[in-house]
Design a protein around this ligand. Sequence first.
Ligand code: ZN
Ligand code: ZN
Length: 770
Amino acid sequence: MAKQPASTLISALRITVHGIVQGVGFRPFVYRLAHRHGLTGTVTNTTEGVSIHIGGPEAALAAFATALRTEAPPVARIVRIESQPAEAVTEPSFRILPSQHGARPSTQIAPDIALCTDCRRDISDPGNRRYRYPFTNCTNCGPRFSIVERIPYDRPNTSMRHFPMCDDCACEYHDPLDRRFHAQPNACPVCGPRLSWHDSEGRLVDGDALALAAQALANGKVVAIKGLGGFHLAADAGSEASVGALRHRKNRPAKPLAIMVGNLESALRLCRLSTEEVALLTGPEHPIVLAELRQDTGLGHAIAPGLGHIGIMLPYTPLHHLLFAEPATPSALVMTSGNRSGEPICTGNEEALRRLRGLADAFLLHDRDIVTRVDDSVARIMDGKVRLLRRARGYSPVPLLLHQPTEDILACGAEMKNSFCLVRNNEAYLSQHIGELTGAEAFDFYTESIDHLQTVLELIPERIACDRHPDYLSSRYAQRRTAGCRSIQHHHAHIGAVMAEADLDGPVLGVVLDGTGFGGDGTVFGGEVYRADRNGFTRLARLAHLPLPGGDRAAEQPWRMAMSLLYQGLGPDALNEDRQPATLALVDTDAKRLIGQMLIKGVQCPLTSSCGRLFDAVAALLGVCLASDYEGQAAMLLEHQAELVTEAEAAPDYPVVLGEEQGVVAIESAPLAALLCRDLAAGVPVPILARRFHLWLAAALEVVLLNARQRTGIDEVVLAGGCMQNILLFETLARRLRAVGFSVHAGELAPMNDGGIALGQAYIGGHLCV
Ligand SMILES: [Zn+2]
Ligand SMILES: [Zn+2]
């Protein structure tokens, strides 16, 4: 008998798809895919995810299996696909079977996803019944996580329960081949939520809310806009007066503000965007993307003073699209979080009218409740990869699959940029950005979010991990929940987060550069190199200690660190007014004298190896930033200065000097004082000095890591900590390390700042061998 050609061999597979695959149009997608490849069988929702039994020629099955992953609907988030040979398919065609829900419903919830092109067409088409309807969505787009009250994810369990579907919407909802099949937030102008326009006192004003909002923005007003996961304060980005008013009212004199523009063309006019950045900007998540601002736009001064990058995003809800479609709307809008500094972003109408009174001149509201607060995510392409700096809308609550076994655990996170993490069945649910855990409102948001995610995941873990800092509110929360809480050192958790994401079990060499980490030995950590695995860590090297005059206050006044570096490098005489570099002349003389005395007497001067504070010292010494208006400002300004010249222009390098204290290698920063003062006095331009400092730091870390590799034989390197958000430092370091044979890993979906800490706490605290 003649052998059959391989392509016509008939076989069958049973495929289970795990992840966020229900209520996201997955079964219709599988149906269409099977028909396209001429395959037969069935697809159904199960408690595990989506189960597919499929048969046909082997080549077609292979193509189907590939497309299952590569062409999945935009809202779906596949965590794992299991595929095994199965009994022959007897179905004559391909069918969607009803859901087989067991005792436990599927508890995965999709993130909020930006408006899809099909829905965008609907709202732009005067003949469509959803023309200009700001709450249009389908299975491929729209709100999810932000509107869910409880599981299972069905309309009655979301804030859409107040809007019974009209007949037309119900037809779409029940038709397996309709784009709105099982789209829980499905709505139209007949049955769905509506906009309203309110004056500064909250009084309802009649008229076309979108047109009125556009006109107000054009007139320079600050408008509070209720969005997807919270409120924004919006203003004309091109008007210095409007942006100035917004800054004044929010008490944010210099902090960079994110902007939204109507479309990609506008974004390209303002920013230099790589192909990867365009993909990120226009992808289903639609985060704020940090991108290089073009010099000739005239926006930089108001939006991001002293910086070369801005945060830019595109409209992600139909409401935003329709706002930009209004002829009066300015071409770029500042869209900053609708909150007062230090408080969480507002979500409720009454709350916004109360808390944003005085900040906003008018309010664009709607009557669909935001159940879960979700800020805009912030992402940047660094070293060729998408890296989240704030993980929220579009990404939460998608789990990361942990390949190394990890116990079910709640990890409580850190204090700044807090997020927490729940691990269930080796899936790590890193929460949305909670923010600074310092006030009562933020703490309420934190505990409510933990309760909410525990409810959604039907999990109250016995095991709990927290930061070793005893005074963090997150640590206190953890201690209250259990006496047997595992406290994880801050930097160990930073390294653990990267290990979790990169599927590393250790040991690794971990470089952690940040502002302040609780060391436990009376000093403030923040520029360290460790040997670490999931069981523990050893410090191999650090930045040499600098005194921190006045403790935490020093972070707000970088000039204090400049004094500290001068003292450390050049001795007490360097603190005399007439010996100081001219760049410090603007600082009050009495204040400088006081700090000088503190340094000389060693009073209120804890020691720190913080990299953030070393950046402060150099930025202040160069006159780039004497006082800081927001966290990280000095480092960001210094980074921008350094980017103004090339590496070649900055030559020659400053030499790297290493010392040793109690078996730990110290990278000596004190010699920088003399070098920088010498070059400043010689009139070397500040950008060159800023660049030399970045290169010096990267070179020093490279030398330390080469030594460490020799001692330990480890060539896996993890880079972490808030200072790594400095793209110049990060990319320089990663490139140099790779060039000498290291494998370099850093956070991608888990932020490299403290927003990723909870993942590391969970990975280390949930290690089964602890
Ligand atoms: Zn859609
Ligand atoms: Zn309807």
